[in-house]
Ligand binder design. Structure first.
Ligand SMILES: *[C@@H]1O[C@H](CO)[C@@H](O)[C@H](O)[C@H]1NC(C)=O
Ligand SMILES: *[C@@H]1O[C@H](CO)[C@@H](O)[C@H](O)[C@H]1NC(C)=O
Ligand SMILES: *[C@@H]1O[C@H](CO)[C@@H](O)[C@H](O)[C@H]1NC(C)=O
Ligand SMILES: *[C@@H]1O[C@H](CO)[C@@H](O)[C@H](O)[C@H]1NC(C)=O
Length: 292
């Protein structure tokens, strides 16, 4: 029976090793467009092409028409222009080309990201008339009937303006900075443990990838879980059987011992019998148990 356990364990180890070997390269950097120099690698991963262990939670990317997309729920999609793994900097493009609309609505609280540039609090105003010419409305948020401004928090609102939101953003509106070449830069943060994984990955992506594959697949593989469960059950059954055997033997021996002492007591003097009464009771109970 013990050999069965050893054989099962051996199969298990072989299985894990085989898995680790077959998928060694699945974490190598890839990109969405064929000739792109935007390579996706740890901590990011392309959801359709790289298995889960290649990236960290919150760093999942997708391909859409040769573009690399990051999705921030509930805000939506943003296009990735470039990633600097050294600077931990992610440059994004807004498909709607309205960076102050992104600043207004994108909430990075529950993501591993924050703005790369230093933030300052600004208030967004929605005005039914235009402010003086020294203020520039955000064209992509405004229409002929309403005018949206991004102003200092100290600004006192005129009657015809309503306060939309005060948010920390990298910069106020400027016609020169409103385009996508500047502004939508994010940086990312890893917890310490994740950071050390990241270091390992960047030093030797290929080699580490294999190991991580092996480890994470132990958890993922359902067949493997079944084998482990099977071994566990076998071991449990074996030990239960052994246990019941040995306890029976012990009980039988106890009864015999008690009977011997009983005999001795009856043959000996009467006083010696008195404290041995419980032995008789014990013996009866044990014999009853044995019969049952
Ligand atoms: C990428 O290029 C290779 C050859 O350079 C080609 O075989 C492959 O089909 C291309 N893939 C896409 C998605 O265009
Ligand atoms: C993606 O890029 C390939 C060449 O790199 C091009 O032939 C194809 O039209 C592009 N697709 C889209 C949707 O832009
Ligand atoms: C982002 O969401 C969190 C949690 O809902 C909230 O506390 C925070 O104020 C939001 N930030 C902005 C800028 O709206
Ligand atoms: C500003 O107000 C107009 C009219 O009430 C509304 O349609 C628009 O969505 C508002 N814009 C913002 C950014 O709140």
């Amino acid at each position: 029976m013990d050999t069965l356990i050893f054989i099962s364990l051996f199969i298990l180890i072989l299985h894990v090793k085989a898995q680790a070997n077959t998928n060694t390269n699945s974490c190598s950097p890839i990109n969405c467009a064929n000739n792109s120099d935007l390579n996706i690698q740890f901590p990011f991963r392309l959801q359709e092409f790289q298995p889960q262990h290649c990236g960290l939670p919150g760093f999942e990317l997708n391909c859409k028409q040769n573009s690399t997309i990051v999705n921030f729920p509930p805000y939506g999609d943003l296009v990735i222009k470039s990633i600097s793994y050294d600077l931990k900097k992610l440059d994004l493009l807004d498909p709607k080309n309205c960076v102050h609309e992104v600043f207004l609505n994108l909430n990075l609280s529950y993501t591993p990201f924050s703005y790369y540039y230093i933030l300052k609090e600004y208030q967004y105003l929605n005005c039914s008339a235009q402010l003086s010419a020294s203020f520039l409305q955000v064209p992509c948020l405004s229409s002929f009937a309403h005018h949206v401004y991004v102003v200092e928090t100290s600004f006192v609102l005129p009657d015809f303006c309503s306060h939309v939101k005060t948010v920390g953003i990298p910069f106020s509106y400027s016609p020169f900075l409103s385009d996508n070449t500047f502004g939508l830069g994010l940086t990312w943060h890893l917890q310490n443990a994740q950071d050390s994984i990241a270091t390992k990955f960047t030093t030797s992506v290929q080699q580490e990838a294999g190991q991580f594959k092996g480890l994470s697949d132990i958890a993922n593989d359902k067949a493997l879980a079944c084998i482990i469960l099977f071994i566990f059950i076998v071991v449990m059954l074996l030990s239960i059987k052994k246990l019941s055997h040995s306890t029976k033997r012990v009980e039988v021996e106890k009864v015999r011992e008690n009977q011997k002492e009983l005999h001795a007591a009856i043959l000996g003097d009467y006083e010696a019998l008195m404290p041995k009464r419980e032995f008789m009771a014990n013996a009866k109970v044990l014999m009853l148990n044995d019969l049952i």
